[in-house]
Design a protein around this ligand. Structure first.
Ligand code: GH3
Ligand code: MG
Ligand code: MG
Ligand code: MG
Length: 333
């Protein structure tokens, strides 16, 4: 199988031997079998040549005057570019210890001189085929690794895009706070969580007073700016990560306050009311004051799974209605 495979896939061989006769003999034989051969009598030159153009195999003599074959082998194995090139020692040294050293320092095979041409050829073919198959596997692995990396990159990009999309889906376009969809989702989530923990949940419904008049007086665009400013101010008061500020409707903002009792909710509502008042946004047609003001309905419930989360909104709505009826710019719990 090797030989037939091999016919189509000749390799490059570097022969290193200080004996020119050996060099000539070996290279002639291998070239006649289709290999491309380079030869040198010097270990130093062999190392340089292998680095510049790594061959598929090195046939390496051991006894050489400038640098012996073991040393050449060690240097080749110590450098990344040449470490994987198979080395077949070909030497007159025929003691077991000589061979053991050769294998210990990374030799792939060992041939004793005087050599039989057919044996050399068979051993060379063996090593070249193994090497070329390994190189192919390494190449395939590299491509696979690149594909995995690319897939991971695409997946990360998709994930980021998805997160971005989620943000948009739950964001109010005008004010940048959470929208009604997010509000509903979060209310249901907190309702369950706090029912389980038997902790209170509070809601603030904050409605701008006489906002229709405001629009009529200053125009819809100024109305939009006013809502943005109010949202920005509410953000300053809603600081706990477990609380949620949302735009509930046109000029109505809702604040979900997790694990907060009525006292805490009233305290925050009053803080919000004052902060908005202190913006002193002129509102000439307000029947309350000359500034934009908020009315706030406060609701507090210990959630349980027998009643619907909407109950909290109904209670808040009633309180808000009362605040409006009592003259606006106030909070009612
Ligand atoms: P009240 O004090 O009873 O709350 O009076 P109001 O005028 O604020 O209440 P009403 O519900 O009659 O009017 C709400 C107004 O809010 C009408 C609507 O045009 C305005 N509004 C709702 N959404 C927006 C918006 O996105 N931008 C602007 N500029 N106005 C909005
Ligand atoms: Mg020699
Ligand atoms: Mg309203
Ligand atoms: Mg209003």
């Amino acid at each position: 199988m090797f030989s037939s495979d091999y016919e189509h896939n000749f390799g490059q061989i570097l022969i290193v031997d200080d004996n020119p006769d050996n060099l000539r003999l070996l290279s002639k034989m291998l070239e006649s079998k289709g290999f491309k051969v380079k030869k040198t009598v010097s270990g130093e030159i062999a190392i340089q040549a292998a680095k510049i153009e790594p061959p598929d195999l090195i046939l390496l003599d051991i006894n050489m005057p400038d640098m012996n074959g073991y040393e050449v082998c060690r240097q080749l194995k110590s450098q990344e570019k040449t470490a994987n090139i198979p080395i077949i020692f070909i030497s007159a040294l025929d003691q077991t210890t000589d061979k053991v050293i050769a294998f210990e320092i990374g030799g792939a095979d060992y041939i004793t001189k005087p050599f039989q041409e057919l044996e050399v050829l068979a051993r060379v073919r063996n090593q070249v085929v193994i090497y070329q198959q390994n190189q192919q596997l390494i190449q395939q692995n590299k491509i696979l690794q690149q594909e995995i990396t690319e897939r991971q990159r695409v997946e990360a990009a998709l994930l980021a895009a998805n997160q971005q999309l989620q943000l948009f889906v739950f964001l109010d376009g005008l004010t940048g706070v959470a929208n009604r969809r997010k509000f509903d989702e979060y209310l249901n989530l907190e309702w369950q969580r706090l029912a389980h923990k038997k902790l209170p949940l509070s809601l603030l419904l904050c409605d701008v007073d006489f906002f229709k008049n405001y629009n009529d007086t200053y125009g819809h665009l100024t109305g939009d700016d006013c809502l943005k400013q109010i949202a920005k101010t509410l953000k300053l008061s809603v600081k706990r990560p477990s609380d949620l500020l949302a735009r509930y409707g046109g000029e109505e903002f809702a604040v979900i306050l997790s694990n907060t009792n009525e006292k805490g909710a009233i305290y925050l509502a009053e803080d919000i009311r004052q902060k908005v008042y202190n913006l002193k946004i002129p509102h000439a047609q307000s029947k309350v004051d000359n500034f934009v003001t908020l009315s706030i309905g406060v609701a507090t419930i210990f959630p349980n799974m027998q009643i619907a989360p909407n109950t909290l909104i109904e209670v808040g709505d009633k309180a808000l209605y009362t605040a409006k009826a009592q003259g606006r710019n106030r909070i009612v719990a």
